[in-house]
Write a protein that binds this ligand. Structure first.
Ligand code: HEM
Length: 505
């Protein structure tokens, strides 16, 4: 038998067993913990093999950029996701698409809507109005913070994607989207055995152990509804001549839209929603957690906002360039509480040799973003919450911009950011982040941060005379959320109360 000899060694990693390889090493929950340990033990590029599939884990930003940004033509495909992609049906949404025409068309659609400052500026007014509504909801029911964050995030994206105005409470689309995005996050690659043993896809649903098929069927129903219902809503409104301008109505305008084009628009709009909602919710909830835990940081940001904005109005996007500490605070939230700890796996389209290691075609590449944002080589005292690290001071340069890391790499970088990241050296691109554009992914985080701090004091709750300190513990899932916590949120003053109670329109 002629065996093809590997042109170079695989990267190091935990030693597998005969026949089954590293099946038992593949972490099923919180994979970043094991990935970080591998990094410490074996180095920045590690390798495991699970039933013939090679998995490469990266624990260094530099290597992730050299591999996934610089060689993006090789490193930008997506693997097959047996559970959520195939069985549930996410394979048509942008984040799961393989190379091809659909991928190009959907990314182009998103780029048109959210990829430039001009495009995003159009949506700033929506974000400001919805965030004021958020302040009112928090004032009325502070103990339901998490729901308000979900509701507001949903309201902003649904207006952009489908021109849909959400209902004040229990909106059906927000609730559905919440369910669908939570489910996909719970189904991250590796959680279900079928991802590790893909032949199980063929097992009949009645077969013992095939419970994942029932779960997949339920999830699929909710997904189909979430993809189609808002799309049909826009089409009905367009037919009646009442559709407000939105991503979907813009793209559907004009006669004779082919069925294929209709499909692309429907799934691009869904991808916008699916990509932007749960992620933003996670970041905003983390912001409130950080403010509960770090009152000194909160006071500093409030002092800055008070000095620049004054007491008579709420901050707006126009103030952003004049609030460097608040900007640094948003960066620190994105670094400290990692939204997508191990990114979304990329798939390699051609054999490669990187840093002397063999990376075979078809390998999955997983950036351990969680470690990269906590790497002591990049960030001083990474466990400390310290926005000042992002401010130049006494001749010290700011530390690495976390947005060069937390939004992923190469051609699959989060389109909520900017495609220019992949075209140039991304350090340079991001140095201009705040001057060249405000992008959707963090515009709503910024405005919520600035407006909330302007009017609220966020602190620990006192129960029966005891101050409750929330635990910092992420819930499991591809998109990581802080474990639900209690905090006290009160208006800072009578003037602040007046600002919250002003008319939202
Ligand atoms: C704090 C907010 C966000 C974070 C941390 C985040 C992070 C990420 C990451 C790490 C990826 C994977 C990139 C890769 O494969 O290398 C990604 C992909 C994606 N994101 Fe975001 N994202 C955020 C907000 C958004 C928003 C607001 C939108 C939509 C407007 C969005 C839409 C998407 C989509 C559609 C993809 C898949 C792209 C593709 O596969 O080509 N995200 N995001």
């Amino acid at each position: 038998v002629v065996t093809k000899k590997n042109p170079a060694p695989y990267p190091p990693g935990p030693r597998g067993w005969p026949l089954i390889g590293n099946v038992l090493d593949m972490p099923r929950v919180n994979p970043w913990v094991a990935f970080t340990e591998w990094g410490q033990q074996y180095g920045d590029i590690t390798h495991i093999e699970v039933l013939g599939r090679h998995i490469i884990v990266l624990n260094s930003v530099k290597i992730a950029m050299e591999m996934m940004d610089r060689k993006s033509t090789l490193y930008s495909d997506r693997p097959v996701f047996p559970m959520v992609g195939e069985l549930v049906g996410w394979k048509d949404s942008l984040a799961f698409l393989s190379h091809g025409d659909q991928l190009r068309r959907q990314r182009r659609n998103l780029q048109r809507v959210i990829g430039s400052r001009a495009a995003v500026d159009v949506y700033n007014a929506i974000e400001e109005v919805e965030t004021l509504r958020f302040l009112k909801c928090v004032l009325a029911k502070p103990d339901r913070l998490r729901e308000h964050i979900r509701h507001t995030t949903g309201a902003i994206i649904l207006r952009i994607s489908h021109g849909y105005e959400v209902k004040e409470n229990d909106d059906p689309f927000v609730d559905l989207a919440d369910r669908v995005t939570t489910e996909v996050s719970q189904g991250q690659l590796g959680t279900f055995l079928v991802d590790i043993l893909p032949f199980l896809v063929k097992v009949p649903a009645w077969f013992p152990g095939a419970g994942f098929k029932r779960i997949a069927r339920e999830w699929r129903g909710a997904l189909e509804e979430m993809v189609s219902a808002p799309h049909d809503f826009v089409k009905d409104q367009m037919a009646a001549g009442t559709a407000p301008t939105s991503f979907t109505s813009n793209l559907l305008e004009g006669s004779n839209i082919s069925a294929e084009e209709d499909h692309t628009v429907k799934w691009s709009a869904f991808s916008l929603y699916a990509g932007g909602s749960d992620t933003t919710v996670s970041a905003l909830y983390s912001f409130f957690l950080a403010m509960t835990l770090f009152p000194d940081v909160q006071k500093k940001a409030q002092a800055e906002i008070d000095a620049v904005v004054g007491p008579d109005r709420l901050p707006s996007f126009a103030d952003r360039d004049y609030l460097p500490y608040t900007e640094a605070l948003v960066k620190e939230v994105l670094r400290w509480s990692v939204v997508i700890p191990t990114g979304i796996p990329h798939c390699v389209t051609k054999d490669d040799i990187h840093d002397g290691y063999y990376i075979p075609k078809g390998s999955l590449v997983m950036p351990n973003i969680s470690f990269m944002l906590n790497d002591p080589r990049t960030y001083a005292n990474p466990s400390q919450f310290n926005p000042e690290r992002f401010l130049a001071k006494d001749g010290k340069e700011p530390e690495t911009e976390p947005r060069t890391i937390c939004f992923g790499f190469g051609r699959r970088i989060c389109p909520g950011v900017s495609d220019s990241h992949q075209l140039t050296n991304n350090i340079l691109t991001f140095a201009c982040f705040s001057c060249t554009g405000i992008y959707l992914a963090e515009a709503s985080i910024w405005i919520s941060t600035a407006m909330s701090l302007a009017v609220f004091d966020i602190s620990k709750v006192i129960e029966n005379g005891v101050e409750i300190t929330p635990e910092v513990e992420p819930l499991p899932g591809g998109i990581s959320h802080p474990k639900p916590f209690k905090c006290s949120i009160k208006p800072r003053s009578a003037t602040a109360l007046g600002l919250i109670e002003q008319d939202a329109n």
